[in-house]
Design a protein around this ligand. Sequence first.
Ligand SMILES: Nc1ncnc2c1ncn2[C@@H]1O[C@H](COP(=O)(O)OP(=O)(O)O)[C@@H](O)[C@H]1O
Ligand SMILES: [Mg+2]
Length: 259
Amino acid sequence: MPLLAVEHLSIAFGGLAALSDVSVAVGEGEIVALIGPNGAGKTTVFNVVTGLYRPGRGRVTFAGADLLRLAPHRIARLGLGRTFQNTEVFRALATVDNVLVGEHPRLRAGVLAAACWLGAVRREETAARARARTLLARVGLGDVADVPAGDLPLGSQKRLELARALAGGPRLLLLDEPAGGLNPTETRTLMDLVRGLRDELRLTILVVEHDMDFVMGISDRVAVLHHGRKIAEGTPRAIAADPAVIEAYLGSPTDVATG
Ligand SMILES: Nc1ncnc2c1ncn2[C@@H]1O[C@H](COP(=O)(O)OP(=O)(O)O)[C@@H](O)[C@H]1O
Ligand SMILES: [Mg+2]
């Protein structure tokens, strides 16, 4: 059984069919890329999986649990972490506090508990802060933990978002254009980081990305969306050579690195 199974998903906005009968499965430990032109429906898949959109038809299960019955915060607590296409750090907050925001799904103490058990809450917060600093060091931001996140360059903000998504302790990470706006060196660093984290933390990853070096270099499998339909799925090498994919998205085969 795959860890994440998206089956026969359809969703429309007004008259527009954003997704039509889309199925994608991600096995435990796999890195699967979702690619396709702008407007193909990639982010919509993420929004359905994380509970922000309710599809007209289809099924989404995570470790066997039916996600379509759950609110977004319950889905996060099951072990789903996410980054967003547009970098969304709290610019005025210190980098470490941005990571702490991501701890929210795993903190046990709610408001009531906070009123009754202040000591326990403080201990939890101290432990969370220590974990946040460790995570920042792991993504290469240990030196800027106390700097306002808005002062960081884009490449660092992207890695901060990754650390924040990891702070919830996810089993599955959804990354929406993690290399968007990054230069080739930053992209390479991010790719090595994501691959290393997958191995260390035994993560499963579904990633949307336009940078084909990143996609080809990191994915076990690639699924291609076009106008809300899945037009192909296969190994990176097979996808890069698929005439329908080249026609819809990739352009001439020589544009793509197949390494
Ligand atoms: N909340 C929404 N309201 C209306 N239309 C939407 C909404 N979300 C997505 N869409 C539309 O659905 C289509 C797919 O969007 P999206 O999933 O963001 O594409 P991608 O991430 O592949 O670029 C687009 O035509 C987009 O305008
Ligand atoms: Mg998108």
